[in-house]
Write a protein that binds this ligand. Structure first.
Ligand code: URA
Length: 298
């Protein structure tokens, strides 16, 4: 990078510091991960034998006007991709109006989901709405609940959910580990599909306006689609090429930052991908911290 001015100099120092501390963290945590990954791989070999067990697995103004801030420069310099996909037709008439609190809006959304039509298996399954901190601006969106999630009524509590949760808890910043007090987590589909089958395109289309409403209520700085189906539902294709990279997508007429990662259940079936998931989650932390900082400095 060419240093032309004092702010450029400070910026370059900050970036060096940022990269160095991320590297040190990465090394430390990678030691832990390789132990955990080894255990998981052993376990997944056993588990993979059981096919049923695996699922195929705003303050918004702050975001689009902060391109000149230091943190945003860090993002631009990396893999910021822009992809527009007009989904304004999916914006429902109900969107976050009035003075209702987040909690009330979420409650109203839950009631709407209760009365949704077109999801045939809904009456045989429990509604799995969401978990985590409703005030967090980091929002993870998975595919659909599995058996454990259906039983407990919470997303990502089964085998693959535990892997994701454990990885996230190993990621730490000044506010501590990324446990469920640090993020909000939900799914595209709110009910377990029969036999854990992959949701159909039609089911995804039915759910999409509700997912967009959910996103608008939480108003995340960063959305993390977990796996190919969530990514597709949020208007991008190709998990392999887009995972671990930041994209901008129009959702319900609003530009959102999205950062896809592999689904943990995919990495249970393909243990060699576990490292990619881990590296992407580390990068997710960097990007999320940068976005938060951009907002603070606005
Ligand atoms: N897989 C998902 O995509 N979501 C869950 O809640 C659990 C497993």
């Amino acid at each position: 990078m060419r240093i032309n001015s004092w702010p450029d100099f400070i910026f370059s120092k900050q970036i060096q510091h940022f990269k160095l501390s991320a590297k040190i963290d990465e090394q430390k945590i990678e030691q832990k991960i390789s132990i955990t990954a080894k255990q998981d791989e052993n376990q997944s070999l056993q588990n993979n034998e059981n096919q049923n067990d695996t699922i195929l697995y705003s303050n918004l103004s702050c975001l689009d006007t902060n391109k000149s801030s230091l943190s945003q420069k860090a993002l631009d310099g990396d893999q910021l991709k822009t992809q527009f996909s007009d989904t304004s037709a999916q914006t429902g008439p109900w969107l976050t109006e009035g003075n209702s609190s987040k909690q009330e809006l979420l409650e109203a959304l839950r009631l709407k989901l209760d009365s949704i039509n077109g999801i045939s298996f809904k009456s045989f399954a429990n509604l799995v709405f969401a978990d985590g901190n409703i005030d967090s601006r980091l929002m993870l969106v998975g595919e659909a609940p599995g058996e454990e999630e259906d039983k407990e009524g919470k997303p990502f509590v089964g085998k693959s959910g535990k892997l994701l949760t454990r990885f996230l808890e190993l990621i730490v910043d000044d506010n501590g580990p990324y446990d469920r007090t640090r993020y909000y987590i939900t799914n595209i589909l709110s009910w377990r599909p029969p036999g854990n089958r992959t949701p159909t395109l039609e089911e995804i289309e039915i759910m999409k306006p509700y997912v967009i409403e959910h996103i608008n209520i939480i108003d995340p700085l960063l959305i993390v689609p977990v796996g190919a189906i969530a990514l597709k539902a949020l208007s991008l294709q190709g998990i392999t090429s887009s995972q671990g990279k930041l994209h901008k997508v129009m959702l319900g007429g609003i530009e959102r930052n999205i950062f896809p990662v592999y689904h943990p259940s995919y990495t249970l079936r393909m243990p060699s991908k576990k490292r990619d998931l881990w590296i992407s989650l580390l990068k997710m932390r960097e990007i999320y911290m940068s976005l938060e900082e951009s907002c603070l400095h606005k």
